[in-house]
Design a protein around this ligand. Structure first.
Ligand code: HEC
Length: 188
């Protein structure tokens, strides 16, 4: 019986404290802040934006190839393209021209500052090569090829890269030897 009285008294005291606390703080309880509703579409848009525009603070972006690795690719494609065309393997040459377009487009995404110089080259030199390749016209191909590599060198002279104020040291020429001994440039 004594125990019951004590428990009841404690409950009453605790209730009292609770009432007091709520009385003191009740008026100060901040209104629940109105959080703007975020829809799934908003989240998707925000994620897409992060994946669309280069952001050097994000490791996933910084590990993407910039200009130089794509340039090495272009060098490979231009070597293959030449020997494909020389062997009359126009399909091989056509593929390398396509890859050159793709490599250029990749630079626009990771190094937007190169668009102004790379795009005019890619959108004139490469279509001229493709036209000659599709026409299977060796003379036209060689003409377009020389124009294209003059464009490589023109752009190098006018561009800085890494520690260099000018990329002129990279002088591109017609190739004299295929890069790969395990490709039969004549095809099947
Ligand atoms: C935008 C104009 C531009 C055009 C057109 C261009 N380049 Fe480059 N190239 C550069 C720049 C800029 C660099 C330095 C890139 C860097 O610092 O990341 C470079 C670097 C290079 C390098 C050195 C890469 C390395 O990592 O060692 C090679 C090789 C190269 N280019 C080949 C070519 C070839 C081949 C072509 C034509 C088929 C070409 N480039 C067309 C601007 C250009």
């Amino acid at each position: 019986m004594k125990k019951l009285v004590m428990v009841t008294a404690m409950v009453v005291v605790l209730l009292g404290i609770a009432v007091l606390v709520s009385a003191c703080t009740g008026s100060q309880t901040p209104a629940t802040p109105t959080v703007p509703a975020v829809t799934q579409e908003d989240v998707t848009k925000a994620i897409d934006a992060k994946f669309t525009t280069y952001d050097g603070k994000l490791p996933l972006w910084t590990i993407q190839p910039g200009t130089a690795p794509r340039m090495v690719e272009l060098t490979i494609y231009f070597n293959n393209m030449w020997f494909g065309a020389q062997a009359g393997n126009w399909d091989l040459a056509r593929f390398e021209a396509y890859r050159s377009e793709e490599a250029s487009k990749a630079v626009y995404v990771t190094r937007a500052k190169r668009i102004d110089t790379l795009k005019p080259w890619a959108e004139s030199a490469l279509p001229a090569l493709i036209k000659a390749i599709e026409a299977k016209d060796k003379a036209e191909f060689e003409k377009a090829y020389d124009t294209a590599i003059a464009g490589c060198n023109g752009c190098h002279a006018a561009s800085s890269g890494g520690p260099l104020k000018s990329m002129a040291p990279f002088k591109i020429t017609r190739p004299t030897a295929p890069l790969f001994s395990n490709i039969d440039y004549k095809g099947p």
